[in-house]
Design a protein around this ligand. Structure first.
Ligand code: PEP
Ligand code: MN
Length: 337
């Protein structure tokens, strides 16, 4: 449930409520709105203690949250969350956010060339994997720490925030040190211990939807991160598994209005993994922005046939430039700059 405080409640009054929440064994999550202070009270059967809070004169109202996810729900926070990922990029704002780069880092010169090309076309976040989840244990699994260092150097040189995946808690600590956003891939979207640890790190998290996750399960995964104190979460729809084989996955754009209706978190769309086919990436990016997404993630490689992962879905520089031209037009229609 959440408590809406009366206007003019003093720090002392607020601390009294926070002490009570702690004393009852619950967790408090404060959300400061423009002219309203709200405290989320999370714990087992909090509703049983509703009256205690209703009796406090600093509390204006006590509202139960009907959904099983609480802190990420629209019921808890009406205003859209804007995730500041650094270097002037704010996901969920009126900026068109385009995260682009190779699937995996192979060589620093390739990464630098890609970053320069995508930035020149208008991308504002550099994506690149150093720890790669691969279906086959024999496939290239990323350059690891060496790759992260390359990513940091290139991101700094081009003044672009960076995003990179972590599959384990130890990797997450390393990614947090070298990159601006920690990506949780589809395969780890329900790795609850990892999610909890990410909640403790003070870094934005890009949470991809698992390939067989319902929207409610997706939101519960985000709740794992939020419940540990980190609400800098960007959701990412990247395709789900269906009976369809013409595409690698089925990109579920329904996710956009559903996310906007039930949560306050921003959502971006990844048509590269969602389709798995280079020529489908542009149309689905266009559809993503038209549906109200906050941005897209697109894989780009200078020579896709030499890419060590996901070459077939990677755009070359010219294709990315062409995509950005049209993406900018459609973004204006939906109020993104
Ligand atoms: C990726 O972004 O390269 C990736 C592996 O994504 P996903 O987890 O969506 O498959
Ligand atoms: Mn990939």
């Amino acid at each position: 449930m959440f408590l809406t405080l009366k206007q003019g409640t003093t720090e002392e009054g607020k601390n009294h409520i926070l002490d009570k929440i702690k004393e009852l064994g619950f967790k408090a999550h404060i959300s400061e709105g423009e002219n309203q202070q709200v405290i989320g009270v999370i714990g087992n059967n909090v509703i049983a203690k509703k009256e205690i809070f209703e009796s406090m004169f600093m509390v204006d109202s006590v509202t139960p949250i009907s959904k099983s996810y609480k802190l990420v729900s629209k019921e808890f926070k009406e205003d859209a969350t804007i995730v500041d990922v650094g270097k002037g990029v704010k996901v969920g704002s009126d900026q068109l956010v385009v995260m682009s780069g190779p699937c995996s880092i192979d060589r620093e010169d390739n990464l630098l060339a890609t970053a320069k090309a995508v930035k020149a076309s208008g991308a504002n976040v550099l994506r690149a994997g150093a720890f790669k989840p691969r279906t086959s244990p024999y496939a290239f699994r990323g350059l690891g720490l060496e790759g992260l260092k390359m990513l940091q150097r290139v991101g700094d040189e081009l003044k672009m925030p960076t995003v990179s995946e972590a599959m384990t808690i130890n990797q997450a600590i390393e990614v947090a040190e070298y990159s601006d956003i920690i990506q949780v891939g589809a395969r780890n979207a329900q790795n609850f211990d990892l999610l909890r640890e990410l909640g403790k790190l003070k870094k934005p998290v890009l949470l991809k939807r698992g390939i067989a996750m319902t929207m409610d399960e997706f939101f519960m995964s985000a709740e794992y991160i939020a419940s540990e104190g980190n609400t800098d979460i960007i959701l990412c729809e990247r395709g789900i598994r269906t009976f369809e084989t013409a595409t690698r996955f089925t990109l579920d754009l329904n996710a956009v209005p559903v996310v906007k209706k039930f949560t306050h978190l921003p959502i971006i769309i990844d048509p590269s993994h969602g389709t798995g086919v280079r020529e489908y990436v542009k149309p689905m990016c266009m559809a993503a922005m038209a549906s109200g997404a906050d941005g897209v993630m697109v894989e780009v490689h200078p020579i896709p046939e030499e890419a060590l992962s996901d070459g077939p879905q990677s755009l070359v520089f010219d294709q990315f430039e062409d995509l950005m031209k049209d993406l900018k037009k459609i973004s204006q229609v939906v109020g993104k700059k």
